[in-house]
Design a protein around this ligand. Structure first.
Ligand code: ZN
Ligand code: ZN
Length: 98
């Protein structure tokens, strides 16, 4: 087990940001497809390709926890589509992955 490079917490539920991004992208496709390109830019902003933890879904190495990534996206969505924040929290609250 490794720690997240951002919050320094041990990554207990290793799902990489690309895998979460796919889920968020599928959701945005339903509710706000015009934001998908921007979502990708936002993901790239905090994407780190290295790490000694491997994603349980795609097995890529990763070093940012689900909480830091979803918070990053949450802060962005809050400014872009405040009306969708409730729904986002329902689906992508980090508890979703536990
Ligand atoms: Zn973190
Ligand atoms: Zn993954």
């Amino acid at each position: 087990m490794n720690e997240c490079v951002l919050c320094k917490e041990i990554i207990t539920n290793p799902v990489c940001i690309e895998c979460i991004e796919r889920e968020i992208e599928a959701w945005l496709y339903e509710v706000k497809p015009e934001l998908i390109e921007e979502l990708k830019t936002k993901t790239t902003e905090i994407s780190v390709d290295t790490g000694e933890t491997n994603c349980i879904l795609c097995h890529d190495s990763m070093s940012i926890c689900t909480y830091c990534y979803t918070s990053h996206i949450f802060e962005w969505l809050k400014t872009r589509v405040p009306e969708l924040i409730r729904e986002f929290r329902k689906f992508f609250d980090f508890n979703y992955f536990f």
